[in-house]
Design a binder for this molecule. Structure first.
Ligand SMILES: *Cc1c(COP(=O)(O)O)cnc(C)c1O
Length: 723
């Protein structure tokens, strides 16, 4: 019965697709392809679009649906009759069909049927592609990469999240360096999502109860290869105008909104999966935002007559919680009056008193008692993990108080799985071609096997260096085009044109610094001795240029001041146009940057960077890392595959920034710049630099891939949770 209902939903989902576009039959499946994000990590599939009209593909921001709708008749017909195009078309669809249909996946080969239960993955944000602005930064991109890899491995996993009507904001920087947040409504009709409808053709509706009312949500499906992602949407007629706004934006700073959203995610998400006929055997919370799912799962059993205590015991072992927050103040928690306001009906349904309910997640902050989402998740999950080795130590220390009976901190039951990135999503096509040629056709299938990477020396240095230079030119060209577009649109001061990178030189050592502008990431560390920096930037014959990019949360005043400080430095004429700030950092810009720069710099205040992932994306494209020994870099750095800033230790807060700045400048002056410019032969190639690039690719790409990461999640968390 359930299976039949599910099949029906899938069919409705499928039959809707072709009606959107008016394409010749021979290439009609371009519409179908648009609705599966598989094309995001398959460059040849993207070629099916951009080969028809590359300028249009860029103009629509790589959105295949807008692309197909805007395409001229003549171009479509020409493609449908071009034998070269049709060959490409047939080979892409042969791959696509094989990918979707095969039963020969890594998971199927490795695990017996009984351990192939389904995993439900909950996250507040997902970074899958630039047209789906459902992410704010690293947490979301990690979730997106998690789904893509689950698909590649053939893991039975479903995602749950939100479809934000306005997504995350677009960033503009005023002439004075102040961040302006621009919200635009996403046009759902132009996105590769489809509303899930029931047998009667009406949207499936899920209801979430609050003490004074109910909120209904519809469900949208996004196909990520073989993995479905269900996105909840409260903007429907059944709701009051205020409730329709609930899923408008990501990370409201207003706590009322925040807690209601989290109830909808945790409670509504479980109910959505039930309505869709899913019966997951593992429930994975990516950060504490989804922790209410633990209570909804318990409530399902309480309704059948189980006591709350027994319900918790029965569900706990199949809950998995991943924490990403290394500072107590960064945690997601609510004052108790908000719990009274929104959850009083739930504790009654669970058969708990107010006190018993609040005790599930009680925490003490300097400003009072709170209901802490990570505490709830830690208590009600059978397996918990941090996201790097160091973050594991920090987490066990931070949460030790929840296990007073555990005397040794190392025995606090929080393990770690270091983050990784989805190789195919982040790798430049030209690098991929090199790997295919020299590592073997099937290198991507074995990307986490260090043996594959021993073949990196088969790549001739000159070829690698040529691709690196090509990617840097591509970056500079893209930046100039962006600046040109902004300039022609008006309202852009000439100094902003310079600040946005038109004077970048594609033959100069280029440093990238792009990430959220949170103060702990210290974007201004390199500005702390400005004269010393100017000397580095402007050294005759050995200049350096630095590209900054990143958004601050709109409510984060210190973060916005940090952007302003960087922007003011960028605008100073003495830097010769060699300091640049690019506005509106997103996944598209991230790809250009991690693929195009020579050096990826990261200067967090240790141990605040739980893992960090952008440096991994840079490394797999042949950029070198230059970073504080925090998060993932502490594990990856081996003395020969990049550079460290500062010591492998926490220092006193006051000497800290100064010591790190000194280490940063000294390493740049004495090691990095000389290595990049020195010892070049007639071919103008810095041999020792290229050798280091190969060291970095060899050691980092396999280990810091989502392939390695998901196998660890499966073996260490998911499979034990299924038992
Ligand atoms: C990878 C990525 C991040 C995360 O970067 P960190 O180095 O982990 O801070 C943030 N934003 C975008 C757009 C990304 O692609």
């Amino acid at each position: 019965m359930i299976a039949a209902a599910k099949e029906k939903i899938m069919q409705t989902f499928r039959t809707k697709i072709p009606n959107h576009f008016d394409l010749p039959r021979r290439i009609a499946r371009l519409g179908e392809l648009a609705y599966n994000l598989w094309w995001v990590w398959n460059p040849t599939a993207q070629r099916l679009y951009n080969r028809i009209d590359n300028a249009l593909w860029e103009r629509v921001n790589h959105n295949p649906i807008r692309f197909l709708r805007s395409l001229g008749r003549a171009e479509v017909n020409a493609a449908a009759q071009n034998p070269v195009y049709l060959d490409l078309y047939d080979s892409v669809f042969a791959k696509f069909d094989a990918y979707l249909k095969t039963t020969d996946t890594w998971c199927a080969r490795t695990y017996k049927k009984q351990s192939r239960g389904q995993i439900a993955y909950f996250s507040m944000e997902y970074g899958l592609h630039e047209i789906l602005q459902l992410y704010s930064g690293g947490l979301g991109v990690l979730a997106g990469d998690h789904l893509k890899e689950a698909s590649d491995l053939g893991m039975s996993l479903v995602g749950v999240g939100f479809l934000y009507a306005e997504g995350y904001f677009n960033q503009r920087i005023s002439e004075d360096g102040w961040q302006e947040a621009i919200y635009t409504s996403l046009d759902f009709d132009q996105l590769p999502i489809l509303k899930v409808v029931g047998e009667d053709g009406k949207p499936l509706t899920v209801v979430v109860n609050f003490p004074d009312r109910t909120v209904s949500v519809h469900i949208w499906e996004l196909r990520v290869g073989r993995v479905p992602l269900y996105l909840l949407d409260s903007n429907i007629e059944a709701n009051s105008p205020a409730d329709r706004q609930l899923t408008t934006r990501l990370y409201w700073s207003d706590l009322d909104h925040r807690i209601m959203q989290e109830v909808v995610l945790g409670v509504g998400g479980v109910r959505a999966l039930r309505v869709l006929g899913h019966t997951p055997s593992v429930w994975h919370m990516n950060e504490g935002h989804a922790a209410f799912l633990t209570l909804e799962r318990a409530r399902e059993l309480v309704l059948k007559g189980t006591s709350f205590q027994d319900a918790v015991e029965q569900t706990r072992s199949s809950n998995v919680f991943t924490t990403h927050t290394p500072v107590p103040a960064g945690n997601d928690e609510f004052p108790l009056w908000l719990i009274d306001k929104y959850l009083s009906s739930l504790w009654a349904e669970l058969g708990l008193s107010r006190d018993q309910f609040i005790n599930l997640a009680r925490n003490q902050q300097s400003w009072g008692e709170t209901f802490s989402m990570p505490v709830l998740a830690l208590r009600l999950s059978g397996r918990r993990n941090a996201v790097s080795e160091l973050h594991g130590h920090v987490s066990r220390n931070m949460w030790h108080f929840l296990w007073p009976e555990v005397s040794n901190e190392d025995d606090v039951p929080i393990t770690y799985v270091t983050n990784g990135v989805h190789t195919a999503t982040w790798m430049a096509r030209r690098i991929r071609v090199l790997y295919e040629h020299y590592l073997g056709e099937d290198w991507l299938e074995h990307v986490d096997d260090p043996e594959v990477w021993e073949r990196i020396d088969h790549i001739p240095d000159q070829e690698l260096w040529a691709v690196r230079n090509h990617l840097k030119r591509k970056l500079a060209f893209h930046i100039a085009e962006r600046a040109r577009t902004r300039w022609t649109k008006g309202g852009f001061h000439p100094v902003q044109v310079i600040a946005s990178g038109v004077m970048l030189d594609p033959y100069v050592l280029t440093i990238g610094f792009a990430r959220r502008f949170a103060t702990y990431k210290r974007a201004n560390l390199i500005l702390s001795d400005f004269d010393r920096l100017l000397a580095i930037l402007n050294r005759p014959n050995q200049p350096v240029q630095i590209i900054f990019a990143g958004k601050a949360h709109p409510a984060d005043e210190p973060g916005k001041q940090l952007i302003q400080e960087v922007y003011r430095a960028v605008k100073r004429a003495e830097n010769g146009g060699r300091l640049v700030f690019l506005d509106d950092y997103d996944m598209n810009l991230a790809r250009y940057l991690v693929q195009g720069v020579d050096l990826w710099m990261n200067t967090p205040r240790r141990p605040n960077e739980a893992s960090g992932t952008s440096g991994m994306k840079a490394a797999l494209n042949g950029a070198l890392n230059f970073s504080i020994l925090d998060g993932w870099w502490r594990e990856a750095y081996n003395g020969e595959n990049g550079w460290a800033i500062g010591e492998d230790a926490e220092l006193d807060a006051d000497v800290f920034d100064g010591d790190d700045a000194e280490s940063l400048y000294r390493t740049l002056e004495d090691e990095i710049v000389p290595l990049y410019y020195g010892e070049r032969g007639v071919d103008d190639m810095p041999r020792k630099w290229v050798a280091r690039v190969k060291q970095s690719m060899r050691t980092i790409t396999p280990l810091f891939s989502t392939r390695r990461m998901l196998k660890e999640y499966l073996e260490r968390l998911y499979l034990p949770a299924m038992k």
